[in-house]
Design a protein around this ligand. Sequence first.
Ligand SMILES: [Zn+2]
Length: 201
Amino acid sequence: MQNLPGPLKAVVDQLSSLPGIGPKSALRIALTLLKMPREKAGGVGQSIIDLRENLCLCEECACLAESSPCAICADPGRDEHQLCLVPEWDALLAMEEMGIYKGRYLVLGGLLSPLDGVEPGHLEIERLRRHLSKGDISELVLALGATLDAESTASYIKNLVDTNYSGVEISRLAQGIPIGAEVKYMDKETLKQSLLHRQKV
Ligand SMILES: [Zn+2]
């Protein structure tokens, strides 16, 4: 994409830095934007700016929300004795879509990955400790997936809880879920079954 006019090249470079968008798709998107009426193209730009300005991290569960606490954390109908740990926000969405889990969440912000240098300090472990210290939680549901990193994270958390917070039961999604599966990609029915048949750790 050497011969593109400067402003077009700038947009193509920005777009192709996004996941799943190569230079060719980036050019196609840029040209589509160029053909749009000025106002519509401006709307696309503005919505990207608003994304940053109008979203915040919920102080309770660390999910992306329009306000803190988020709608789930502020809902008095949710069971505060149950806390479900998910790696990322999209896993929370998958759990919510299933519609049968009625407890609270905590978004860990990733999974421990010794090979990639992701350590407990990079995750929301302090937030988890704060929740556990309040003493309201009786069950911690691990919805971390069935990957190697999920395993390391699960055993780290089990160790943390067993050593510091007696009386908190840990369960995990049933092992029927395919090895290597990430929660966000699981189909609704599989996820539902694995929650209903979750196992004590
Ligand atoms: Zn929240």
